[in-house]
Design a binder for this molecule. Sequence first.
Ligand SMILES: [Zn+2]
Length: 154
Amino acid sequence: MKKSLTLLVLAMGMLSACHPSEESLEKVLKTELEWKAQLSEDEYAVLRLKGTERAFTGDFHDSKKPGVYLCKACQLPVFDAQTKFDSGTGWPSFYKPVKDKYVISLPDTTYGMSRTEIVCARCDSHLGHVFNDGPRPTGLRYCINSLSLSFKAE
Ligand SMILES: [Zn+2]
């Protein structure tokens, strides 16, 4: 069973490699135990429990390398380094996702604030928040946790 699953995952990986511009958004559903086994404690706290890493502590907040940022939990390419900008907030900031449909916006009223949460469209993991004070062309600022991201250099 496990072996056929691995083969399936490999085959899907090869398919997506042939079509890098279009990723499957078929939901990745795992139990919390499975997520815990896959992620570090800090990654789990952010991705699955909607935590926020401390500003200026993440791996990517001041990175300017060209490449693509993937959802750490399911490897969906969510942000391109080309759309990254220096927001001065201490979190990696982007003005748009790789594709609008790769992230989902949800209302978040925790901590007495009215914010818009951003989750991965494939595995529903928490990535960060989006604000309306970003640069052109979108005017949006996707404020994302480094712990939610993997980086694939170009
Ligand atoms: Zn994901």
